[in-house]
Design a protein around this ligand. Structure first.
Ligand SMILES: [Zn+2]
Length: 262
């Protein structure tokens, strides 16, 4: 296993620059509503992080049992195969009800317990609006659970723990506004496609999926790449994945800017 301490910073929080990371067991954790959401929204970023020695994971909040294609058992197998492709250290399923996701005390407790178990530094979740109601609820539920996990008095299993930051993956959302940052995933688009291909039950012969609306008759894979190319162009690279942070991003100095004006 490669050590994160020897890796050049590349816009991703590195263990070497964050001493407090000592208390974290994962560097990046995606918490998403359905199996395949993490791959669709930030799969290339997760693959890049893993290749750079960062410890990554995914929590799928539901088993996708309300989907019209496949079965929960098949989707679990597909999620495990995709986890292998992405190099995840951990993938958990919270077992919350698909298409009926609610942000209530029981759901918050369940997610907080998984957060306490996995101890992530940065959590990625959905944008605050979604085509699927579960996506909108997942964004709020995840943020609330991350906060509550840090309360010693919470009626939940595990030791109190709170992630350092929560960010939103805004890919394919027209209402999210300009991203706070875009991760250059030019060398990881094929891995994202490979991870998505694990979900064969969901993908055959379709032109739209989840937040990805159709581009006429363009195949789903081409449609995804088209969006990623547009996000990449925002930072003058071939392919990118976009994120929104509610916090202001810090630079060491203006000299550290990397995206040209002209
Ligand atoms: Zn979904």
């Amino acid at each position: 296993m490669r050590s994160a301490m020897n890796i050049e910073p590349d816009g991703i929080p590195m263990n070497a620059t964050h001493p407090e990371t000592q208390g974290y067991d994962l560097d990046v954790l995606a918490v998403m509503a359905h199996p395949d959401d993490a791959e669709l929204l930030c799969g290339a970023t997760l693959a890049k992080c893993a290749d750079r020695g960062l410890r990554t994971g995914v929590i799928d909040l539901t088993r996708g049992e309300a989907g019209t294609r496949g079965t929960p058992e098949l989707r679990a197998q597909e999620a495990a195969a995709a986890a292998e492709v992405l190099g995840l250290r951990a993938r958990r399923n919270a077992g919350l009800p698909d298409a009926q996701l609610v942000n209530n005390p029981a759901a918050r407790r369940r997610v907080a317990e998984l957060i306490r178990e996995l101890r992530p530094r940065v959590v990625i979740t959905h944008w605050t609006q979604g085509r699927h109601p579960d996506h909108r609820v997942a964004a709020e539920l995840t943020r609330d659970a991350c906060f509550l996990a840090g309360l010693r008095g919470l009626d939940a299993e595990g030791t109190a723990f709170r992630p350092f930051a929560v960010v939103h993956a805004t890919a394919f959302r027209e209402d999210a506004g300009p991203p706070s940052f875009v991760v250059d995933v030019t060398d990881w688009v094929d891995r994202k496609a490979e991870a998505l291909a694990c979900y064969g039950s969901q993908l055959e012969g379709i032109t739209a999926l989840g937040e990805v609306r159709s581009g006429g008759g363009r195949p789903l894979g081409d449609q995804i790449r088209s969006w990623m190319a547009a996000y990449g162009s925002l930072i003058r690279v071939a392919y990118g994945e976009p994120f929104r942070s509610e916090e202001t991003l810090a630079l060491d100095s203006p000299a550290a800017l990397t995206v040209p004006t002209f």
